[in-house]
Design a protein around this ligand. Structure first.
Ligand SMILES: *[C@@H]1O[C@H](CO)[C@@H](O)[C@H](O)[C@H]1NC(C)=O
Ligand SMILES: *[C@@H]1O[C@H](CO)[C@@H](O)[C@H](O)[C@H]1NC(C)=O
Ligand SMILES: *[C@@H]1O[C@H](CO)[C@@H](O)[C@H](O)[C@H]1NC(C)=O
Ligand SMILES: *[C@@H]1O[C@H](CO)[C@@H](O)[C@H](O)[C@H]1NC(C)=O
Ligand SMILES: *[C@@H]1O[C@H](CO)[C@@H](O)[C@H](O)[C@H]1NC(C)=O
Ligand SMILES: [Zn+2]
Length: 497
């Protein structure tokens, strides 16, 4: 009834306007749709069937939200509607859709808390109950300092009154998810403190050499299960260690990557593999940066197939701005840069200006570029130099840059058809899918109501186009993607969602 009234009133308004006005209006609306990412492409008949199904469900969800804004889940904190996503038909379609590559993800935050909880059942594990809680595998009591003393994990668990409860409490240290996020995380300070604590906690569990190789193999499995076919992973390259206290240098970590990737591709030949972006901390002095640059050069030389590029990581507002390192970085352009830049709400600060340096230093892609919408000259550079923009909507929401995803600048990037790729940053830390949750929230919550399958396909294709794959491998990747896409489209049945 409501919609019939709406149509009648729109027809009434149209009738009152002259034809020329209506024509101009129609042209402007259509032009904007065409200008958006994917908007100037066409779908074949089979794709149109998928699209009709997808859009019917998308309209249902959004129009319900428009009519009942108090129930619109995507305007709230991700932790409050995370479980609800699973019931969305749009989500289910996106989940089964081939999505191409993940180009922005940090290795230590891919798999969720249950995986780490399992690792705490391994032998020879010690625990230190500090804040944040830490772990270390060792034959003997670890000799690094611990205020409450290192305790054998097995004994601590044995002494627990209720192991189910003990494990449930322990699991909380491996995740940022909580029931009352607006209270627990009032500002970026609390989110980043917890987030950094998460890395301290999982560090000892996965940098144990036997776990590391298995962990990354298992991570690749999760990506593949989420219909992702290729990954570029950022890593600080933790120094792996053994039970006897042996500690290896970073090149061994890179080699372990190579081993895990090769094994995975042997086991799953339809998966294209993974590459490494060496991404040490940005909170360093020039001496440490020099040694990081040396390490990157060495890995690039020894393992050119594995090495994709170089980045600097950590909370951007607190870390050193790129400008401090420009003289050194200008001498290291051979390393190929994929800088995090503009992951900030502080307009006009040095952090904000990291975007300028990322562009001038010749970054191939920029991580986040959240602040880019405020910089028209830089937008022009991004278009001219065709610099990929790695957008991570859920990360920006969880890490306190935006509360209501409808205000995320991705909608501007999409409307301008900037070279956007969607990614997930640290999905394990907030128990999100390797990619599907980010795709869903971007598609329903951020993009235009009218954006359709063409945008989703465009985003998936961008993820391969802006990857660091060699040109001939890229052609192959896009070919493989199209095969997967056609399978998806040909086997699509709206009733099964
Ligand atoms: C759409 O694509 C056509 C053909 O490539 C091109 O001529 C046209 O300018 C494009 N339109 C927009 C709005 O990008
Ligand atoms: C939002 O989530 C609630 C439960 O948290 C659910 O009852 C409701 O149907 C959801 N709304 C939409 C539009 O999905
Ligand atoms: C944890 O271990 C149990 C028991 O071996 C297994 O069933 C479960 O799948 C594991 N969970 C993860 C996330 O690996
Ligand atoms: C142990 O803790 C779990 C989770 O809190 C609870 O469901 C269970 O009843 C407890 N068992 C005992 C024996 O108290
Ligand atoms: C700690 O142990 C490692 C290996 O077990 C050893 O190499 C190192 O010297 C020790 N450090 C201290 C301070 O004892
Ligand atoms: Zn990141």
């Amino acid at each position: 009834m409501r919609s019939i009234l709406a149509i009648i009133s729109i027809l009434f308004i149209y009738a009152k306007c002259d034809d020329k006005y209506n024509e101009k209006r129609k042209q402007l609306v259509e032009l904007e749709l065409r200008m958006a990412l994917g908007g100037n492409t066409t779908l074949n008949d089979k794709e149109n069937i998928v699209n009709n199904c997808l859009m019917q469900h998308k309209f249902n969800e959004l129009d319900y939200g428009f009519d009942n804004p108090e129930h619109y889940n995507l305007s709230h904190h991700f932790f409050n509607y995370k479980k609800q996503i699973q019931t969305s038909k749009v989500y289910k379609i996106i989940k089964s859709m081939p999505k191409g590559a993940v180009l922005h993800v940090h290795d230590m935050a891919i798999i969720g808390p249950d995986y780490f909880l399992n690792l705490t059942y391994m032998d020879h594990l010690y625990v230190c109950f500090e804040k944040p809680i830490r772990f270390w595998f060792s034959y003997n009591v670890p000799n690094s300092t611990c205020d409450g003393d290192w305790k054998l994990m097995k004994n601590v668990r044995k002494a627990a009154a209720n192991v189910t409860q003990f494990d449930a409490d322990l699991r909380k240290h491996f995740s940022m998810v909580c029931d009352n996020p607006d209270v627990v995380y009032p500002s970026i300070k609390e989110t980043w403190t917890t987030f950094m604590g998460y890395f301290t906690t999982v560090y000892g569990l996965i940098s144990f050499r036997p776990n590391w190789e298995k962990y990354f193999y298992d991570a690749l499995k999760l990506f593949r299960d989420d219909n992702v076919m290729y990954v570029e992973v950022r890593s600080i390259l933790p120094n792996l260690y053994e039970l006897d206290g042996t500690i290896y240098d970073k090149r061994i970590t890179a080699k372990a990557y190579k081993k895990a990737i090769n094994k995975f591709v042997r086991d799953y030949p339809d998966f294209l593999g993974a590459k490494l972006i060496f991404a040490p901390s940005r909170k360093v002095d020039t001496t440490v940066l020099d040694s990081d640059i040396q390490t990157a050069r060495q890995i690039k030389k020894d393992m050119p197939d594995l090495y994709a590029g170089f980045d600097l990581v950590g909370q951007e507002d607190l870390g050193n701005p790129l400008i401090e390192f420009v003289p050194q970085l200008l001498q290291a352009k051979d390393l190929d840069f994929f800088f995090h830049a503009g992951e900030t709400n502080w307009y006009g600060t040095l952090t904000d200006e990291n975007l300028v340096d990322a562009v001038l230093l010749g970054a191939k892609r920029i991580g986040h570029a959240y602040a880019l919408a405020k910089h028209p000259a830089l937008i022009r550079e991004v278009i001219e130099k065709d610099i990929g923009i790695e957008v991570n909507v859920l990360s920006n929401a969880v890490l306190s840059l935006v509360k209501d995803v409808r205000n995320h600048p991705l909608n501007i990037f999409l409307s301008l058809n900037l070279p956007v790729v969607l990614s997930s940053d640290d999905p394990g830390a907030w128990e999100a899918d390797p990619l599907s949750d980010d795709f869903y929230v971007a598609f329903v919550g951020v993009a235009s109501r009218l954006s359709d399958l063409r945008m989703l396909k465009g985003l998936a294709l961008n993820s391969l186009k802006y990857s660091a794959l060699a040109p001939e491998r890229k052609v192959r990747a896009i070919h493989d993607f199209n095969t997967k896409w056609n399978d998806f489209v040909n086997n699509f049945d709206c009733k099964s969602y």
